[in-house]
Design a protein around this ligand. Sequence first.
Ligand code: FMN
Length: 370
Amino acid sequence: MPSNPAKSLFEPFRSATLSLDNRIVMAPMTRGFSPGGVPGENVAAYYKRRAENGVGLIVTEGTLINHPAAGASTKWPHFYGANALEGWSGVVRAVHEAGGKIMPQLWHIGLTRKAGTGTNPDAPSVGPSGLNLAGEQMGEPLSEAEIADLIAAYAQAAADAKRLGFDGIELHGAHGYLIDQFFWGVTNVRTDKYGGDLVKRTRFAVEVVEACRRAVGPGFPIMMRFSQWKDNAYDAKLAATPDELSLFLQPLVDAGVDVFHCSTRRFWEPAFADGADLNLAGWTKKLTGLPTITVGSVGLDLEFTRLFKEKKGAGTTGIDGLLERLDRGEFDLVAIGRALLNDPEWAKKIKEGRQDELLPFSPESTQTLY
Ligand SMILES: Cc1cc2nc3c(=O)[nH]c(=O)nc-3n(C[C@H](O)[C@H](O)[C@H](O)COP(=O)(O)O)c2cc1C
């Protein structure tokens, strides 16, 4: 086999809590193939196929915590209830049989949920201040008792993940969903301890992380995904400068996050207009000293949001720019979304230098679970 220029992607990864065979992470991608919230054998086979073909860590699609208004579809997997957890147990078994590692992405969509959708259509949608991403009043602010129940639901999911044999958890704190609605000033105008300045707006996430940590004990990886952008505002910024980013991240670090998954649409974009080339994962690693995952259009020439807004696919591109950054140690791990949704063999092809066999991303691939 010719010497492999992508070899840094295939170096093992070791941190205080996490050991992986290589640097390739499957990004969480909602698929909607779990009727009644129960992931079946087809879901297990889908993830197993990626593990067999060299993905170092799989982060599952967003899976709903035990709250009546967590989700907007009856086909998104639950992470509660005997049947769904039994289904996830089968997923873990299948991935481990193939030598892979897997973490569930724990999800509550907050006030992005349209009224009348999901498993409990009558349940009102909830968010920190009752405001949707456009800042429109959709309902009452969450009470402190309701917030306590939500935190307990995350912690129960974390405990269940550990019990089922998962290799850690990822908390979905990105893209304008519940945790991010607490982070963002547009959706969080609370005047109690869960609201205020950027640091105070981390309070909910901090309590979620602390409760999860209590539930799983030390040594079990807790990852946090966050993003500057929101589903309706790509130019939104939680942190306008590296100093603000540091203020935002520190309480999460102190609470017990092990790895940050820094969600961007294009990994090569500098996080700040301060002249530094570092992307969000680069800055996050530099500021916290913790391992980070980068993501966004790796190997593809159009960003993923074009799929949802315009039903567009994407062509393949080289990954030299990514490798240069990985070699420099800007970030530790690289999440791959659509390229892996489309092609379970993506990692293997890169490893074997079969770049010419990489497939363009086709929107049709979202309709099948292969
Ligand atoms: C079909 C689809 C579903 C997605 N669902 C989720 C999700 O459940 N949770 C999440 O954090 N991100 C989700 N994303 C975003 C991806 O994790 C990833 O960040 C994004 O696709 C960018 O990576 P890519 O350019 O390699 O595709 C989804 C993306 C796609 C294409």
